[in-house]
Design a protein. Structure first.
Length: 407
């Protein structure tokens, strides 16, 4: 299992929706706050307009007795009379807000109805704060609505996650049943996308099972059908030996038949072991590589070439004999068939190295055919390490063994 921790679907979805709910709640609060400001401005402007319009009407009826706007709520100034210094800079009619210390002054500037100068209608201190209690209430309402939105989003997410999580858990369980030996599962996902995944898993499982069945049947049939003619050939060879044939060609033919029977027996055992899911513990034996190496060298026809054997340190391994014999034989045979000159075989502590000089057109490992592939499979099965190198016309194969405990 990877050491990297992946976020669970449930946590990711819940976190995302809750974050979205928080953002929506924040937007709601900001929107309400902005709306409050605009409502306050509209209300203040409406009040100022009403006072100014009333003043205009009163002035039109009787300029001499006209009264200023509500003196309890507003301060009224005429530019031809005394005007606070901070108002003097506002000489264009309109609505304004001026920050005067801790106060926000809202006021209206209009042309005086007499046609001379400007009229300033200014809210008194705190007179324009009559909406504060409503704003406070609206703030709390917006906060509660934001929290409610966030809570509803979280609750909806939990319900959605629960609805989606169970089909996903079922899918994970079915993935665990992908092994060929497990029984087929039923495609019953409630969603079309998950049903497609389950159907693909079931189809792959059935294909894998059919593949393994063919492989197992082949191994079983090969074991039975090949061993029978092998026994016949070996028995016939034994009969021929008892006839004491003295002719040299007959002796050589008997040797070849005997060697072929031995090799086929060894290969049959090898392929059966490689085809099994697990090699039984009783198949492993304590083997002396030096002895097996000498026997393998003696069983090959070197055609006048020499093999130099260098032995250093321990040479004991725990492995099935058939696998080790085929590995040593293939390493030496590859060096014999695809190289020129003498072969050097080094058996050192925990490793076996075969080196040979290659022909000009055989520097590539692919030219070594199935022999090297079989070596790779043996090393994979025994958890040994194979190192292949080709430099300057010299080809080398190194197998690093796992030494038995206590050696």
């Amino acid at each position: 299992m990877s050491s990297i921790e992946h976020n669970a679907f449930r946590r990711s979805l819940l976190r995302g929706v809750m974050l979205l709910g928080a953002c929506l709640g924040l937007l709601l609060v900001l929107f309400v706050s902005r709306a409050e400001d605009q409502m306050e401005v509209i209300s203040l402007h409406h009040w100022l307009d009403a006072e100014v319009n009333q003043y205009y009407r009163d002035y039109a009826r009787d300029p001499a007795s006209v009264r200023a706007p509500n003196p309890y709520e507003f301060d009224t100034y005429w530019s031809h009379e005394s005007v606070p210094q901070w108002l003097e800079s506002y000489s264009v009619p309109g609505f304004y807000e001026h920050h005067l210390g801790p106060e926000d002054k809202h006021f209206r500037v209009v042309a005086h109805p007499s046609g001379q100068g400007l009229l300033y209608v200014v809210f008194k201190n705190d007179a324009d704060d009559y909406l504060d209690q409503y704003e406070t209430r609206l703030h709390w309402i917006s906060i509660v609505m934001a929290l409610a939105t966030w809570g509803v989003a979280a609750l909806g997410t939990l319900l959605l996650v629960r609805r989606l999580a169970q089909p996903l858990r079922n899918l994970v369980q079915k993935i665990g049943q992908i092994a060929p030996a497990s029984p087929d599962f039923v495609v019953d996902a409630p969603y079309a996308e998950l049903r497609l995944i389950e159907s693909a898993l079931l189809h792959s499982k059935q294909e894998i099972r059919a593949y393994f069945r063919r492989e197992q049947e082949f191994s079983r049939f090969a074991s039975h059908e090949i061993r029978t003619p092998l026994m016949v050939m070996r028995g016939s060879a034994d009969v021929l030996k008892k006839l004491a044939l003295q002719q040299l060609p007959a002796q050589r033919a008997l040797q070849r038949i005997d060697a072929a029977c031995e090799e086929m027996t060894l290969l049959t055992e090898l392929f059966l072991l490689l085809g099994r899911g697990e090699i039984e513990a009783q198949r492993f034996q304590r083997l002396d590589l030096q002895t097996l190496l000498q026997e393998t060298i003696a069983g090959l026809d070197w055609g006048g070439r020499e093999v130099r054997v260098v032995t250093q340190g321990n040479s004991i391994v725990m492995a099935p004999p058939a696998l080790v014999r085929v590995l040593l034989r293939n390493l030496l045979r590859n060096a014999l068939l695809h190289g020129v000159g003498d072969v050097e075989a080094t058996l050192e502590n925990g490793a076996f190295i075969v080196s040979n000089t290659t022909r000009d057109n055989e520097d590539d490992a692919e030219s070594y055919g199935y022999g090297l592939i079989i070596i790779e499979r043996i090393c994979e099965r025994l958890d040994w390490r194979l190192q292949v190198s080709s430099e300057a016309g010299c080809y080398s194969c190194k197998v690093v063994f796992r030494l038995p405990t206590g050696v």
